[in-house]
Design a protein around this ligand. Structure first.
Ligand code: 9WN
Length: 415
């Protein structure tokens, strides 16, 4: 059932206020305190939130992100505009080599898809603002094609690259990664939110080990490629990049540009996506490219297939099953799995922005489940506010509060 108009109006206002408060002038932070920098896919979602009330500001968000692009084409996962000791690890630990201090890895490239949405909102402004960014986007997408493919599926080289940091999907690959002795270090995240909602120290030891290896090699992909100790083929990246290629090609056509190279990438990723089909579990799954092992997990990223333009008969029953087991879908990990934890970050909680991508994919294939998911997400936000993520069983808000992407998703899609 739709919310009362007054409730919607009140939440619209609250969402706009959150976005304005998280605006640092040219870029937004995901939330005050916990995440004081510009994050890549957060900014892409922020842009569609701004579009609800300020189109110029929406484009600025993407422009600032793209201004941090490295000479090799990579667009970093965090841009450290102003050093803030409240977040660890910061720019000194990462040693990024881009034009603006940044991390050395990327994040799910949802930005081209969100740019297409901005264009549709205001085609005249879209043509004007996207044209100068088009080549940068092509170089970024090409960077994934050059450095992140395994049999056509897109890999991550760090759990932070997928945006799904501590999902059980890479428990096996993480266990195989031997952490360095890093000495004492002080995490900041657990000073902002309860440790029970965050990754463990054993995860952080490995996250930081990977950062140290990359930093030492100055993030030179050619040097790192052969010896990198964590390389996992990931549905988040594969499905999001596949969709982003389709959307970037559409943007290029609208600009009258040659899109044949972008179009040539689409069948490669379509074939790659099928290499993520786990025939035993009958789901899209993660595969560790170093050990060859499946993770045997049904995650919310498995359900991004429709967003990528892929429908597989077995996926809808999985979606309905995991959603039946909780009050608010889509849980980030299968509630029937022993690894499920309702409040621990990517090991169970619901994330509104992934719900939007899943639901829109379902809509495009004509499944009513998309509309149901939108209503369910709206109710979750109405009852529990604009949290970073939510306990799928109770809806309890978790992680950071007053979160940019939850506010943006409300404004653009859920309300
Ligand atoms: C590391 C900002 C980011 C999101 C990620 C989410 C979380 C960071 C962290 O916060 O990751 O990148 O420190 O936990 O997992 O998806 O982009 O909101």
């Amino acid at each position: 059932m739709d919310a009362q108009p007054q409730t919607t109006q009140r939440l619209d206002q609250e969402a706009r206020d959150i976005m304005i408060r998280n605006d640092r002038g040219g870029y937004s932070v995901p939330t005050h305190g916990l995440y004081p920098y510009q994050w890549n896919w957060d900014s892409a979602f922020a842009a569609i939130g701004y579009a609800a009330f300020d189109m110029d500001r929406a484009w600025i968000e993407l422009e600032t992100l793209m201004a941090a692009q490295w000479h090799d084409g990579m667009v970093p996962h965090i841009v450290f505009h102003e050093v803030d000791p409240g977040y660890f690890p910061g720019p000194d630990i990462w040693g990024g080599v881009g034009p603006v201090p940044s991390t050395g890895i990327s994040q799910p490239p949802v930005a081209a898809s969100m740019a297409l949405r901005l264009w549709d909102n205001d085609p005249e402004m879209g043509a004007e603002r996207f044209l100068p960014m088009f080549d940068g986007f092509v170089r970024w997408h090409r960077w994934f094609m050059d450095w992140r493919l395994h049999d056509g599926a897109v890999c991550i080289t760090h759990p932070w690259e997928s945006g799904r940091d501590n999902t059980p999907d890479w428990d096996g690959a993480m266990a195989n990664l031997i952490p360095r002795d890093l000495g004492e270090y002080q995490r900041r995240d657990t000073g902002h939110v309860d440790a029970s909602m965050r990754p463990h120290k054993s995860d952080y030891d490995r996250y930081l080990t990977l950062v140290a290896i990359g930093h030492e090699a100055r993030w030179e992909q050619g040097a790192l490629h052969a010896s990198w100790p964590f390389r996992v083929a990931d549905p988040t990246m594969t499905f999001i990049l596949l969709r982003a290629h389709r959307d970037l090609a559409e943007l290029g056509r609208r600009l009258g540009r040659d899109v044949s190279e972008i179009e040539s990438w689409i069948p490669i990723l379509e074939a790659g996506a099928e290499t993520l089909w786990n025939p035993e579990l009958k789901t899209y799954d993660v595969r560790d490219t170093l050990s060859g092992e499946w993770s045997c997990c049904v995650s919310n990223a498995s359900f991004l297939c429709w967003w990528a333009g892929i429908d597989r008969a077995e996926m809808l029953p999985h979606l309905r099953r995991v959603n039946r087991a909780v009050r608010f879908g889509v849980p980030s990990h299968d509630p029937e799995s022993p690894a499920f934890e309702a409040k621990r970050y990517w090991r169970g909680p619901v994330w509104a922005m992934l719900n939007m991508l899943i639901a829109e994919g379902l809509d495009e294939f004509g499944y009513d489940d998309g509309a149901l998911l939108r209503q369910n997400t709206a109710r979750m936000i109405e009852e529990n506010g604009f949290a970073e993520y939510f306990d799928p069983i109770t809806g309890a808000p978790a992680g950071g509060q007053n979160f940019t992407w939850t506010a943006a998703i409300w404004l653009d899609w859920a309300s």
